[in-house]
Each structure stands twice: as structure tokens, then as C-alpha cells.
Design a protein around this ligand. Structure first.
Ligand code: SAM
Length: 219
């Protein structure tokens, strides 16, 4: 099977389970029109994030890596009335587009987009009240730092998800190295033996190719 087959499979399943979503389609179009890269989560992955937020009853959500706010919309739709999403983005242009997309989605009041390097902005966040759920999807060399900070910010039993942890199998290929792959390996080494979390990786195939989510809970 190839990426084309996985795409077809996503399209097939989505045709039963997702339906048309003009708000999300407009967000993707606006992001593309304004030159943002096509690296948001897939619709099926976005819906999974939404369902996980709802399943866990998360009211306070942290995201690292906003881009145009596509995953942010899925997350924010999952939090109840009175809930909140804080999302961290390095690039001021990405953040501007994300704010437009969130406003268009009717979610601007629920989401705060904070601009700057997440290594700095995440340190300023307070765990009072704590977050319930974190989604990490920014620069991969920052993974371990973001994960450790997310651990500081989420409550006991809270969820931390990290995207892109398989990278087409390259993370597990000893012959391969680049900064993103090393960022994932450093994260895995950091989690190994960490008594404060329990985690697993679940591979994802679909229109974004072969990758994976790392799903952790803080004990
Ligand atoms: N979560 C988004 C979605 O699925 O719609 C996609 C996020 S994209 C894969 C990664 C984002 O992280 C980019 O917008 C990039 O500008 C941002 N980023 C890169 N380095 C960063 C840093 N040091 N701090 C915060 N954000 C960063």
C-alpha cells in the first residue's frame, strides 16, 4: 500500500464519519491563500483530538504549534461552555491567520493565541487552575521541553499528546538522523523511566502518510 491508498482510505471513512465542514474548509483555504504550509493534522486526526477532549471532559486545553488554527478549531469545539484553549505559536503571521480562522469559526472567545518561541511562552503559563489536556505539534527539537512543561501544567490524570513521533518509520531507523527525528528520540529517552507519566505510541496512516501520536497521561 502507498500514501495514495491511505488517502483513499481516509476519504472513504471520512465520507461516513465526518461530513462536510465549511468552517474547517474555509480555515484551510484561508491558510493556503496566505502562504501557510500544508502541515495541519488531517481531518480524521482533528476529529480524534476533538473526541478525546470530549471523552476526557477537558475544559482547559494547551496546544503547542498553532499554524492556521486548524487543530485548534477541533480542540476548541470539544471544550464545553466556559472552557478554554491556550495555543502557542512562534510565527506572528501564522498566529494572525489562526485568529482570523478562529473568529470565522465563532471560537475567538474560547481561544488565546500567544506569539513567541514556545520554549519561553510555555514557561510563563501557570498550572492554576491546571490544564486537562495538551497537544504538542510544534518544532520537534523542542518536544522534550514542551512535554516536561506540559507535565508541569496538566493535572494528575491529564492527557499529553505529541504528534509526528514515527515520521515514516525514520525515528526507528538507526541509519537515519535529522533534527526532527532526534527531537522525537530525545523525547522517548526522556519519558523512559519517568515515573510521573504513562505513555504509548499509536501509529497513524492516512492522507498525511505514516506517522504517529504519542499519548501520555500524567500520573
Ligand atoms: N497544530 C497545527 C495543526 O494541526 O493545524 C499544525 C502545527 S505546524 C505542524 C507547527 C507550527 O509550530 C508552525 O506553525 C510553526 O510556526 C510552529 N513553531 C515552530 N517552532 C516553534 C516554536 N519554537 N515555538 C512555537 N511554535 C513554533
Amino acid at each position: 500500500t502507498t500514501v495514495e491508498d491511505w488517502k483513499k482510505s481516509d476519504v472513504y471513512h471520512n465520507s461516513f464519519l465526518l461530513g462536510d465542514d465549511p468552517v474547517l474548509e474555509a480555515a484551510l483555504k484561508n491558510s493556503k491563500d496566505q502562504g501557510l504550509p500544508d502541515i495541519a493534522v488531517s481531518p480524521a486526526q482533528g476529529k480524534l483530538l476533538n473526541l478525546l477532549v470530549r471523552t476526557t471532559g477537558a475544559k482547559r486545553v494547551l496546544e503547542v504549534g498553532t499554524l492556521g488554527g486548524y487543530s485548534t478549531i477541533w480542540l476548541a469545539r470539544g471544550v464545553p461552555e466556559g472552557g478554554h484553549v491556550t495555543t502557542l505559536e512562534l510565527d506572528a503571521h501564522h498566529a494572525k491567520v489562526a485568529r482570523e480562522n478562529l473568529t470565522n469559526a465563532g471560537l475567538a472567545d474560547k481561544v488565546e493565541v500567544i506569539v513567541g518561541p514556545a520554549s519561553e511562552t510555555i514557561k510563563k503559563l501557570e498550572p492554576s487552575p491546571p490544564y486537562d489536556f495538551a497537544f504538542i505539534d510544534a518544532d520537534k527539537p523542542g518536544n522534550l521541553l514542551y512535554f516536561q512543561e506540559a507535565k508541569r501544567l496538566v493535572r494528575s490524570g491529564g492527557v499529553i499528546i505529541v504528534d509526528n513521533v514515527c515520521r515514516n518509520g525514520r525515528v526507528a531507523d538507526p541509519e537515519y538522523s535529522d533534527a526532527s527525528v532526534e527531537g522525537v528520540r530525545t523525547l522517548l529517552k526522556g519519558i523512559k523511566g519517568d515515573k510521573a507519566v504513562e505513555a504509548t505510541t499509536i501509529g497513524t496512516v492516512g492522507e498525511k502518510g505514516y506517522d504517529g501520536f504519542l499519548y501520555a497521561i500524567r500520573k
